[in-house]
Design a binder for this molecule. Structure first.
Ligand code: NBY
Length: 844
């Protein structure tokens, strides 16, 4: 308020209001101006990198204007906001998305105008951009899809995350092994705005002083031992076909004393002043590259607190400006915790309210629990976060006291409701009585939130009946809910597969299905239209040819675009069972080899495509990558096999590669052990792009089947209810290996794919260590189902019918539907209509 321009001078401002380019000519002029001024280049030294920069800056100008207006509108309307706290935002590229969401890609793309007229091909310019890869996999990409939907649906929403200097590592495959290379992505990033004036000092370590105030009340004051500065970097998030442009705020860490400590420097202690600076900057330096594994590192805990404390300070500062009473906080603020990574926010808000704002414990706790919602993304025990009590004691001494108090009051209430049940108290205690003691973050998140949700129906049922069972008894079933995941059709259909998007629009009349995905059902009426079917098939073939070109360029393997493309791209993990897939490929290879030349003619040509990163410390995952590559080098060079089977591992799978690969798939694999994949979201992307899927009865596969019909999906394998008994059986020696799997193991052990010692771990895990992921139990059913797929693919007419029908029924899986469910069932917020109060109009 203090910084705003006084009334008499505003006229000059309004007269000079900046406006965005409106036509091709305006775009060209903005482009050239940025080349010549912002970038200090000219037509004599403008390469594709410069063209990308200028094009981005031209579109960014438009975006910023809407972004400012949206923020003004939201501040003026003063309605409830939602804050999405996520340690990961897997955004991918921004330029193409911005052009499409703003709806002005045509201006830049039209032939003989826009970029073309200036000497560039738009596709090449788009390719110049480095992915923003601040995430591992599904959890991070879900956060990015949610931001797109929140803006597209006009919800007042902010994302809060960390501005990692290094995102997920770049993967290189060298001699068949994964090698990790750092991902330095900030060289030129026109999509972020440093806010050097928006900073927060964050404390670590130190001591807690307790004293008694004039009313005899005990007050705690935490005096930190180390201070680090959080600097805000803002990223505009454009909505699709709406002016709404939301904000993603990423925090970067920096030494509190500025560049470095001048006092230390001047007194000759140069080294330690530099060391302080580096220690501070280390906090936001790198994304932890594990998915579904928690390792309890001190730096990770520092990252979590740094980010949570800066975000809460910011949120509370914004709330305090409205001068409302504290009890109204949950009417103005909803905070969603993306997994347990931000759970310290619960403790931090309680600390702010009690220690700094002087509220009574119960009043504060009421505000806290009404503010937070917690989303769980996994039931895997190794992925459930726990932090050691001594570590928290050391780093955040006051927070540990608050955690103990939260636990004490919680256990007291449990004791009142279930007197004498000592086992129950021990089971639900936030503190695990181990050596050392541990804080169970999921339990803390449940106790400190008003809603807990899983991410697909089966998963939400499982958390209620297994890992969080006791909490359903304590809080009742209504605290637990389901929001099945979704994906944004803007990036995952319109941007990734423009021809398919346009073909659909030609049948539905408009591109309105991108805002209301249920409108896809209209294309089912055209399922028998020969011209439509022909174009549908032509688009798939063209997408496959484009991927074949990429495969040729990056791996030297030549694949036939008319072969069946069988794709599994996702993080490499034993529970996702890429090992079962490659064992299946080996089985197919052995069958081809054993067949006579006559019999070989009956095989359907296949290309098996893999992609995905292994966490650097995940030895078994790396072995799986190595086996896939070893099988590829044997199979792809075997004259007996020819085009009947090719095996490809695509390096460095990321969001941009996904946009290339997914539209080119015929069959994709979603084959996790039943009950282990919380939802999966790429399953939705593949079906939406006219591919079919082979999958287990797990995660969202089950709901996809319900929507598209069981004739349109290839399900196989044991059900989640059977998993426990099967595992139990294995441990009591009732494990007889599937005979076809035995043949596969024999081939590997004979050295068919190189030194068999390299792959011994994968074999022993199944044969000797209890086959925890049930590879052998599901193997036969898996192979049979692939034979069914071969037969189905031979009948191209039926196949295309299945694809069209499936796409038409995918409307449910838009992230717009998820966001509306969260808004209504968890956040209690409403969209802010764009035609509502425009501050400049009112004030002018
Ligand atoms: O979240 C994924 C689930 O595996 C997938 O089934 C679901 O569809 C998706 C969205 O709900 N989980 C996931 O991607 N998890 C992580 O990436 C992750 C990252 C870090 C840690 C744990 C999990 N960690 O503890 O450090």
């Amino acid at each position: 308020v203090e910084a705003s321009i006084p009334e008499p001078q505003r006229e000059a401002w309004l007269k000079h209001q900046v406006s965005a380019f409106k036509d091709k000519d305006g775009f060209e002029s903005s482009f050239v101006r940025h080349i010549e001024t912002t970038l200090a280049r000219s037509m004599f030294n403008c390469d594709e990198t410069a063209a990308y920069a200028a094009c981005s800056l031209a579109f960014r100008d438009r975006l910023i204007l809407e972004w400012n207006r949206t923020q003004q509108r939201q501040t003026f309307a003063d309605s409830k906001r939602v804050y999405y706290l996520s340690l990961e935002f897997l955004m991918g590229r921004a330029l193409d998305n911005a052009m499409l969401n703003i709806g002005q890609k045509e201006l830049a793309k039209a032939s003989e105008a826009g970029l073309d007229n200036l000497g560039f091909r738009i596709e090449d310019v788009i390719q110049q951009e480095h992915d923003a890869a601040l995430g591992n996999g599904g959890l991070g990409r879900l956060a990015a899809c949610f931001l797109d939907s929140l803006a597209s649906l006009n919800y007042p929403a902010w994302g809060y995350g960390l501005r990692y200097r290094y995102g997920i590592f770049k993967q290189e495959i060298i001699d068949g092994y994964q090698v990790e290379v750092p991902d330095y992505w900030l060289d030129f990033n026109p999509w972020e705005f440093p806010r050097h004036d928006v900073t927060v000092d964050i404390q670590f370590y130190g001591y807690v002083h307790k004293s008694t105030d004039e009313n005899g009340k005990t007050v705690a004051r935490w005096e930190g031992g180390e201070t680090v500065k959080a600097v805000a970097y803002d990223v505009p998030i454009p909505g699709y076909a709406t002016p709404s442009t939301n904000n993603l705020r990423l925090w970067s860490s920096k030494a509190a004393s500025g560049e470095f400590d001048f006092q230390k420097f001047n007194s000759g202690d140069y080294e330690s002043s530099v060391a302080d600076q580096q220690r501070a900057e280390t906090i936001s330096a790198v994304l932890y590259p594990n998915d579904n594994l928690e390792r309890g590192k001190e730096l990770r805990l520092k990252q979590q607190y740094f980010w949570v404390a800066a975000s809460l300070y910011d949120i509370v500062r914004r709330f305090k400006k409205t001068r409302r009473a504290w009890k109204e906080f949950p009417d103005q603020v909803a905070i969603q915790l993306n997994d347990t990574h931000p759970t310290l926010a619960i403790v931090e808000l309680q600390r702010i309210l009690v220690d700094l704002e002087g509220l009574e414990w119960d009043e504060a706790w009421n505000i806290v629990t009404n503010t937070f919602g917690y989303t769980n993304h996994t039931v895997l025990p190794e992925a459930l976060e726990k932090w050691s009590v001594p570590l928290i004691q050391h780093l955040l001494p006051r927070h540990l006291q608050i955690v103990y108090d939260i636990n004490l009051f919680f256990l007291q209430s449990v004791e009142r409701a279930h007197p004498g049940d000592r086992d129950l108290l021990a089971r639900v205690s936030i503190i695990e009585e181990s050596q050392p003691k541990m804080v169970r973050m999921a339990y803390l998140a449940i106790v400190g939130s008003h809603k807990v949700n899983g991410v697909a129906e089966l998963h939400s049922d499982l958390i209620k009946t297994t890992i969080f069972k006791d909490f359903v008894t304590i809080f009742g079933p209504d605290k637990f809910t389901n929001v099945t995941n979704g994906i944004t059709p803007r990036r995952w259909l319109h941007q990734a597969n423009p021809r398919l998007s346009d073909l659909i629009a030609s049948k539905t009349g408009t591109h309105d299905f991108l805002k209301d995905l249920t409108l896809l059902n209209k294309i089912e009426l055209s399922v028998d239209d020969p011209a439509f079917r022909k174009e549908w098939a032509a688009i798939k073939l063209a997408n496959k040819a484009k991927l074949a070109e990429h495969i040729k360029n990056t791996t030297d393997v030549v694949v036939d675009p008319s072969a069946l493309f069988d794709v599994q791209v996702k993080r490499i993990h034993e529970y996702k069972r890429q090992q079962m897939n490659i064992f299946g490929v080996i089985h197919r290879y052995l069958r081809i080899k054993a067949a006579s030349p006559e019999e070989r003619k009956k095989f359907l040509p296949r290309v098996s495509i893999f992609g995905g990163k292994a966490a650097p410390g995940y030895w078994m995952a790396k072995q799986i990558i190595h086996l896939i590559n070893a099988v590829g080098s044997v199979v792809n060079n075997d004259k007996d096999v020819g085009n009947l089977l090719k095996v490809v591992f695509l390096e460095d799978y990321n969001v941009s590669k996904a946009e290339l690969i997914i539209p080119a798939s015929d069959i994709s694999e979603h084959i996790s052990t039943a009950g282990t994949e919380a939802s999966g979201t790429s399953n939705m992307k593949f079906v939406l792009n006219g591919g079919l899927i082979i999958g287990t009865c797990d995660g969202a596969n089950i709901e996809i089947t319900r929507e598209i019909g069981e004739n349109n999906i290839f399900l196989f394998g044991n059900l989640s209810e059977e998993v426990e008994d099967l595992r139990h059986g294995h441990n009591y020696g009732l494990h007889t290996l599937d005979p076809e799997l035995v043949q596969v193991f024999e081939a590997i052990e004979k050295g068919t794919f190189g030194d068999s010692k390299d792959f011994a771990g994968m074999i022993t895990a199944v044969r000797d260590h209890g086959d925890y992921y049930l590879v052998s139990d599901d193997f036969h059913s898996y192979l049979e189902t692939h034979d069914v797929i071969d037969e189905a693919y031979r009948n191209q007419e039926d196949w295309i019918t299945k694809c069209i029908t499936s796409v038409s029924r995918m409307g449910f899986f838009t992230s717009d539907r998820c966001i509306n469910e969260y808004a209504e069932g968890i956040w209690n917020i409403e969209p802010l209509p764009v035609e509502s109060a425009e501050p400049e109009k009112i004030e002018a």
